[in-house]
Design a protein around this ligand. Structure first.
Ligand code: SOE
Length: 380
């Protein structure tokens, strides 16, 4: 059957613009879908950079203002890959123009900013999704399946961290391309919205809602040069966060994120301990799940290492032959595949804007508790 086209209008051309563009280009070669993404146009203020990006990734045209992209009749879906401070304005305009909206994480800088985005897509009735890509690493999806099947029994602990080390030098500027994540105005928060948000999204998805939390946050470097103005400014982001949570299912959570863990470039880990067993995963060995099953007879009991590369594992049947690995970029391909499946089935892929609002509410609560030191209700 001939596929229908899904015309993509991309806003932004950074690291995430590349990850998403690669996914749109690849998905149709491996997944049998009703829609084929077409890279119709990319919008960016810098027309020269937009043109170079369009040339590299195969976009048919460029716009130097995202507003024109949103108005174009030949665009079906707007994909937002800008710094966080532009997410809300673009998403609300796109929904108002009747476009589907895919937004890079976090949904917005704060829940107050995210809520009108949720309302806009729901009012317009347009399909929407937030790119929490790590859900769709097959090993993480597999963990979700195992926990949902009840094999772990009652869950006691959820433990997760995301560690990096790229902002230790006080010479790293804030603001501008590449370093906007350090500018509180552009990003909203530091590691909480950028890194911990992945851990929180995964935790809510796998282990359910968080009721209350308390957090410790720190800004190690207090002043940085602004990359655009050259001015030395106060730093407003959290450089590190450590969080204790209570989940609605009675389990306890511990979360940590920092950009000051020397030696760690992108170490995302998660571990879940239940009555009958435990599961663990980390991004550096992303095709492996560690599994301990207490129901095995005691002499044979031990941690086993499951290579998640079998045709029966989530998404793997679409790729190579059993035993062959896939990588980081595939999590984005799977996101597009599920989004398109959702269009065909009418069962929207998660996290929708509404789902992702919960993660942003938790991030807000972390920042609030980091300031006050108090236990705060997650406010979902
Ligand atoms: C920050 O360095 C970053 O690129 C995040 O913005 C991404 O969400 C994360 O997946 C990797 O690290």
């Amino acid at each position: 059957m001939a596929r229908k086209t899904l015309n993509i209008g991309m806003v932004g051309y950074g690291f995430m613009g590349r990850a998403h563009s690669n996914a749109y280009r690849t998905v149709g070669n491996f997944f049998d879908l009703a829609y084929q993404p077409v890279l119709k146009a990319v919008a960016a203020r810098n027309a020269e950079k937009a043109a170079a990006f369009a040339e590299t990734w195969g976009y048919e045209s460029i716009e130097d203002d995202w507003r024109r992209l949103v108005e174009r009749e030949d665009i079906d879906a707007i994909d937002i890959c800008t710094p966080n401070d532009l997410h809300a304005e673009i998403a609300i305009a796109a929904a108002g123009a009747g476009k589907m909206v895919l937004c890079e994480k976090p949904l917005a800088r704060t829940a107050a900013e995210a809520l009108p985005m949720v309302e806009a897509v729901e009012k317009a009735g347009v399909p929407n999704l937030v790119w929490y890509n790590y859900r769709r690493v097959p090993a993480v999806s597999f963990i979700k399946q195992i926990v949902a099947s009840g094999k772990l029994g009652k869950i006691f602990h959820y433990r997760s961290k995301f560690l990096q080390d790229w902002t230790i030098s006080p010479d790293v500027p804030q603001g501008g391309a590449g370093t906007w994540r350090l500018d509180v105005g552009a990003a909203g928060s530091g590691v909480t919205g950028d890194l911990l948000a992945h851990c929180i999204d995964g935790a809510i998805w796998i282990n359910g809602s968080i009721d209350t939390l308390t957090a410790m946050t720190e800004t190690f470097v207090k002043q940085r040069r602004n990359a655009l103005s050259g001015e030395v400014q106060a730093v407003g982001i959290d450089d590190a966060a450590a969080v204790l949570t209570r989940f609605a299912n009675g389990s306890l959570g511990t979360f940590e994120s920092t950009r000051y863990a020397r030696g760690h470039k992108a170490l995302y880990t998660l571990e879940i301990n239940g009555e009958h067993g435990s599961l663990a995963w980390d991004l550096h060995d992303l095709n492996r799940v560690q599994w301990f099953d207490h129901r095995v007879e005691s002499a044979l009991r031990g941690w086993s290492s499951i290579l998640v590369t079998d045709g029966d594992h989530p998404y793997l049947g679409r790729w190579w032959v059993p035993g062959l690995s896939i990588g980081y970029e595939h999590s984005f391909v799977h996101t597009v595949a599920d989004f398109i499946e959702g269009l065909s089935s009418g069962k929207p892929a998660a996290p929708t804007f509404r789902d992702a609002l919960e993660t942003t509410q938790i991030c807000d609560a972390i920042i609030e508790s980091g300031r006050s030191g108090a236990w705060v209700s997650a406010g979902a």
